[in-house]
Structure formats: structure tokens, C-alpha cells
Design a protein around this ligand. Structure first.
Ligand SMILES: Cc1cc2nc3c(=O)[nH]c(=O)nc-3n(C[C@H](O)[C@H](O)[C@H](O)COP(=O)(O)OP(=O)(O)OC[C@H]3O[C@@H](n4cnc5c(N)ncnc54)[C@H](O)[C@@H]3O)c2cc1C
Length: 131
């Protein structure tokens, strides 16, 4: 019997990690017929091992930082909208481990539109001299 060459899908995505799943979801929302396949299962790779932290990239200004910042804002919006019960938004304590890293943090603080504050004195006293 002859087999049809017309695929029932517009897009086939190989790999059902966070990237494959998000791409499938977004394309489906856009009306595409999507097949998502994985050799092992959903989140079988890095996505199943991840700590699930969405944190800003502390770095000096640049194109990569902008892309990561935008991705972080979109991810937070996505998870807080669709999975509010499972999404915790908490302050991040960033400890610079060298003076070079400290400069990066200061530069980041000058440019970011994220809310930030100085470390409360009580916590500062708990840090080692190296921090
Ligand atoms: C221990 C650990 C902790 C992490 N913690 C964080 C964190 O807190 N925050 C953060 O942002 N990032 C974290 N990461 C990084 C993050 O997990 C990855 O960047 C992200 O999961 C990558 O997603 P992905 O969809 O690109 O790849 P993956 O999740 O690796 O998905 C790839 C999928 O493709 C499938 N596949 C591969 N080859 C084929 C094939 N030939 N045919 C069919 N299927 C195939 C695999 O089975 C797999 O399921 C962590 C990573 C690790 C390892």
C-alpha cells in the first residue's frame, strides 16, 4: 500500500528538554502542528537535573547580558503566570569572590533595572573576610 508523503506535522522537535518543550508550546500556541520526540522521555537530560533557579547574569553591559536579561524576565513572567503555585520569587544574595568580580557586581548594579539593595549588616557579619 502506498504511504502518504504528507506529514501531519509542520514541525518536528527532537529533544523534550526545557528548550524543546518551550519551543513546542510556543509553536503550538501559534497554530502549528508540532511533534515532540525524545529518545528517553520528557526532561531526561539537563532539564531533569537542573536546580530550577532563574537568576540574573551578573556581568558588565553587553549584548549577551541583554539577551540573558530578557530571557530571565520572560521566564519569570512565564512561570509566575502559568505555575504560580510552584514559583517562588526571592531575593538573591550574590557574593563576589574576588575584587574583579566585585567590580562586575558594582557595574551591574549601576545599570540594572532589577530592584537591588545593600546587604543588611546582620548578614554581612556572617560572611568570611574572603567574601
Ligand atoms: C546539575 C545541573 C543543574 C542545573 N541547574 C540549573 C539551574 O538551576 N538553572 C538554570 O537555568 N540552568 C541549570 N542547569 C542548566 C540547564 O539544565 C540546561 O541549560 C537546560 O536544561 C538545557 O535544556 P535543553 O532543552 O537545551 O537540553 P536537555 O534538557 O538536555 O534536553 C535535551 C533532550 O534531547 C534528548 N535527545 C538528545 N539527543 C537525542 C536524539 N538523537 N534523539 C531524540 N532525543 C534526543 C535528550 O534525551 C534530552 O531529553 C543545570 C544543569 C545541570 C546539569
Amino acid at each position: 500500500m502506498p504511504t502518504s508523503k504528507i506529514s501531519p506535522y509542520d514541525v518536528i522537535i527532537i529533544g523534550a528538554g526545557v528548550n524543546g518543550c518551550c519551543s513546542a508550546y510556543t509553536l503550538r500556541q501559534g497554530g502549528m502542528r508540532v511533534a515532540l520526540v525524545d529518545q528517553e522521555g520528557i526532561a531526561a537530560g539537563g532539564s531533569g537535573a537542573a536546580g530550577a533557579f532563574i537568576s540574573p547574569k551578573i556581568s558588565k553591559a553587553g549584548e549577551l547580558k541583554e539577551i540573558i536579561h530578557q530571557a530571565q524576565a520572560e521566564a519569570l513572567d512565564f512561570y509566575t503566570s502559568f505555575f504560580p503555585k510552584y514559583t517562588l520569587v526571592r531575593p538573591l544574595l550574590h557574593i563576589a569572590n574576588s575584587s574583579k568580580e566585585g567590580e562586575k557586581v558594582e557595574s551591574f548594579k549601576r545599570e540594572t533595572d532589577l530592584k537591588h539593595s545593600h546587604l543588611p549588616h546582620k548578614i554581612e557579619t556572617m560572611l568570611s573576610d574572603e567574601a
